[in-house]
Design a protein around this ligand. Structure first.
Ligand code: CP
Length: 319
């Protein structure tokens, strides 16, 4: 790992569109090393001691926010948390000014979630700190896709030829976009499936197949990645009713019976009874909580690699 870590070529993680397959594989390899640390009784290494990280969350989050904070603390970084309520954003302060003020307090890295696509990119032009995109509107959610890849690599020997069906609200999904970029770079076959009203125009130019029929998507998939319907980003009614959506696009126990090797993923939060039937969420075929577990190790890897502290054997020596 030493050679690959010393040559990691990025300062920011704004999205996976600009990352090469080899960059993604280095992150996964580093995450596996950190996962071993997380299995120990004392789950802490001094790797980022002296580094200060600000978590700027302008949108709600449970998994990503807790996971980043845990990852930062496991690496011994100093952590400051920012959320809109209780901040000067409610008094009208801009994103740029908020970030520059936080940076003036000598912050080294910024994790940002924002409703606007491009917010992380914009910030990377305003401040000196390393920027990590924790989800920007419907654009990208790179660390989610990375933890999905780590979970997939636990289940399957290779990404080459792996068949992944991404099902649901593709139009508004930053998770879908980051996963399509990453999976295609690693040689997986991606099919997107959902109602026509939730399918981005020309999505096939990203290298994926498109179907509007759930059965067709599942019949050719090793993994089904269900997505939440993002009501907060939708304008107007994109489907007649929740009941009809579940009928047409919800994954149910009958699907697991029909496709006995199919594995189920979901980035969360899950709308039970909508994109996945209740029993499917809790079934043995679901790896949703494995995804959450892998999130901490993946975020440790990303923080470590972007921090610039790339000393050979760093992880091993510090543990
Ligand atoms: N998967 C995900 O981003 O979940 P949160 O919105 O809870 O962070």
């Amino acid at each position: 790992m030493a050679d690959t870590v010393t040559s990691f070529p990025h300062r920011h993680l704004l999205g996976l569109a600009s990352y090469r397959a080899e960059d993604i594989l280095v992150i996964l390899e580093t995450a596996r090393a950190f996962r071993e640390v997380l299995e120990r009784p004392i789950k802490r290494v001094p790797t980022l001691r002296g580094i200060t990280i600000a978590n700027l969350f302008f949108e709600p989050s449970t998994r990503t926010r807790i996971s980043f904070e845990l990852a930062e603390k496991r690496l011994s970084a100093d952590v400051v948390n920012f959320s809109v309520s209780g901040s000067s954003v409610v008094k009208g302060e801009t994103l740029k000014d908020t970030a520059r003020n936080i940076e003036a307090m000598k912050v080294d890295m910024v994790v940002i979630r924002h409703r606007s696509p491009g917010a992380a990119h914009y910030l990377s032009n305003c401040v000196q700190a390393s920027i990590i995109n924790a989800g920007d509107g419907a654009h990208e959610h790179p660390t989610q896709a990375l933890l999905d890849l780590l979970t997939l690599s636990d289940l399957f020997p290779t990404f080459e030829g792996l068949r992944v069906a991404i099902i649901g609200d593709i139009l508004h999904s930053r998770v879908a976009r980051s996963n399509i970029y990453a999976l295609r770079k690693l040689g997986a076959e991606v099919t997107v499936c959902g109602p026509p009203t939730m399918m981005p125009r020309h999505v096939e130019t990203l290298g994926c197949s498109v179907t509007y029929r759930l059965e067709e998507a599942l019949a050719h998939a090793d993994v089904a990645m269900a997505l939440r319907i993002q009501k907060e980003r939708q304008q107007g009614n994109l489907f007649p009713s929740i009941r009809e959506y579940h009928e047409l696009y919800g994954i149910k126990m009958e699907h697991l019976e029909r496709y006995p090797n199919l594995r189920i993923m979901h980035p969360g939060p899950v709308n039970r009874g909508v994109e996945l039937a209740d029993e499917v969420v809790d079934s043995e075929r679901s790896v949703i909580l494995n995804q959450v577990t892998n999130g901490v190790a993946v975020r440790m890897a990303v923080l470590y690699l972007l921090s610039g502290i790339h000393q050979p054997s760093e992880i091993a020596e510090n543990t």
